[in-house]
Write a protein that binds this ligand. Sequence first.
Ligand SMILES: Cc1cc2nc3c(=O)[nH]c(=O)nc-3n(C[C@H](O)[C@H](O)[C@H](O)COP(=O)(O)OP(=O)(O)OC[C@H]3O[C@@H](n4cnc5c(N)ncnc54)[C@H](O)[C@@H]3O)c2cc1C
Ligand SMILES: NC(=O)c1ccc[n+]([C@@H]2O[C@H](COP(=O)([O-])OP(=O)(O)OC[C@H]3O[C@@H](n4cnc5c(N)ncnc54)[C@H](OP(=O)(O)O)[C@@H]3O)[C@@H](O)[C@H]2O)c1
Length: 497
Amino acid sequence: MANSLYIIPFTPYLSLQTKLTHIIFSLTKFLKYQLSVLLHIPISYTFTFFQNQNQSKTEHKLCNSITMESLFRLADQGNAFSSRYIWVNGPIIVGAGPSGLATAACLREQGVPFVVLERADCIASLWQKRTYDRLKLHLPKQFCQLPKLPFPEEFPEYPTKRQFIDYLESYAKKFEINPQFNECVQSARYDQTSGFWRVKTVSSNGSNCNEVEYICRWLVVATGENAECVTPDIEGLDEFQGEIMHACDYKSGEEFKGKKVLVVGCGNSGMEVSLDLCNHNASPSMVVRSSVHVLPREIFWRSTFELATLMLQWLPLWLVDKILLILAWFLLGNTAKYGLKRPTTGPLELKNTTGKTPVLDVGTLEKIRSGGIQVVPGTKRLTYDQVELVNGEMLDIDAIVLATGYRSNVPSWLQESEFFAKNGYPKAPFPNGWKGKSGLYAVGFTKRGLSGASCDASKIALDIGKVWKKETNKPKKRTTPGHRRCISIPAVLDFSL
Ligand SMILES: Cc1cc2nc3c(=O)[nH]c(=O)nc-3n(C[C@H](O)[C@H](O)[C@H](O)COP(=O)(O)OP(=O)(O)OC[C@H]3O[C@@H](n4cnc5c(N)ncnc54)[C@H](O)[C@@H]3O)c2cc1C
Ligand SMILES: NC(=O)c1ccc[n+]([C@@H]2O[C@H](COP(=O)([O-])OP(=O)(O)OC[C@H]3O[C@@H](n4cnc5c(N)ncnc54)[C@H](OP(=O)(O)O)[C@@H]3O)[C@@H](O)[C@H]2O)c1
């Protein structure tokens, strides 16, 4: 495989001195290649280094000092024939969901170039590919917008999934965010010797599979709290003959018309999938194995979330919890009567301590009351067409939707254990879990949805921007992504053999 190291230049205009440097490097590389062929020894790769006339002395000095020596060191450690190597002049953001986009937009405002790596072929893949059709934001739009661009005026209070995706598309366009799609990060580790992050990706383009290693100084983890689906270990799951899908693959109840569907889980997904199935004339049975806080989405025509946020400014959390529960009882009645026992800890405290989100009711409770949705206790085992529940009851079922939640995938690729815990979340709780050591950052792991991600993104961009400006000693200016420049530069950059 071709073997090359790109160094992302600041602008594509090359000075005479730079061109001479290229020629010298090309010649060196050519001679090195000839020598290696003659002596039958593998060559280690060479790299190109670009300086341009628009680059300030400081920028040049910075690049020179941080690249030359360290990169030679990296080159010596590399596996000569396995990868392309790309030097990124600025941070790498892993993930092009709302968190990655928000960070990129804030960095753009700071004049810091960046590269966004995304495993899917689009931005916001969770929203575009892994959510059901009827999904709407649960919180009012002002709590879900990303930094520096409000939702359009004409959007409703609770935008639909399509509207949210449109908003994110225009967000990426406005801030000129062009992620590297189909690039899945396989590993990332900090190289103590060189002082750089080494980020390995596998990119798939049709039948081709390419490995690339990016080298950068800052790494922003934006792969989300919902990167992988959680599939429970239920006895007999393999024996079951009907359709089994995770909620991330569920689109609509249309295909389940007339069927008996077991929905495992009663978080926001389980509740909404059950409602959707019921609306499409299927017969859902929703498994509630423990307890759950169900709150009305609105209280006295005001969003419950907004009301809680307002009360928290004046009252202690325990009191706000008590008030919410009294109001919920007043509006929804005793949910335990329908099999939805409440946890002993209040909804906000539970969210703060365990991250478990209360369910905001958008009509499911009414369907439960009217018998359209059956609430059942935990599952014991499955047979080829039935489920045995923990109370011994047997239910006939045609299909299963696993609304059993998601998890972070950070431990599977980030080789670091000081900042991130084993569960894939930063060890320090909100608001301190955004910054690690050695240029490592995390965005969107606050268990506070989109508003938490926006908060992290602004802090990260300011932090990196401060260092960037200090070291480049340049006034704030707009830049285009460093990596795109590299790609757009003609073949002179590609010194691969
Ligand atoms: C059904 C559903 C509804 C939701 N509704 C709301 C809501 O109304 N309000 C709210 O605030 N929150 C909601 N959330 C929470 C949701 O997590 C956030 O809204 C938001 O999507 C988080 O953005 P993110 O960028 O952190 O993560 P994601 O949106 O998950 O984006 C992460 C990106 O990283 C990419 N990625 C992962 N691993 C790699 C890798 N190794 N290499 C390269 N790329 C990678 C993924 O493909 C993905 O595109 C909802 C979640 C779900 C599942
Ligand atoms: N419109 C919206 O805004 C919207 C819609 C959907 C989701 N979301 C968000 O997306 C995130 C994920 O929500 P989610 O509902 O998919 O996941 P979740 O909140 O993690 O809920 C998972 C559910 O599955 C249950 N479960 C797990 N394993 C089980 C098993 N073996 N048997 C029975 N039950 C099992 C859990 O029960 P236990 O509690 O007993 O563990 C829980 O009820 C949340 O932040 C949520 O708020 C938002």
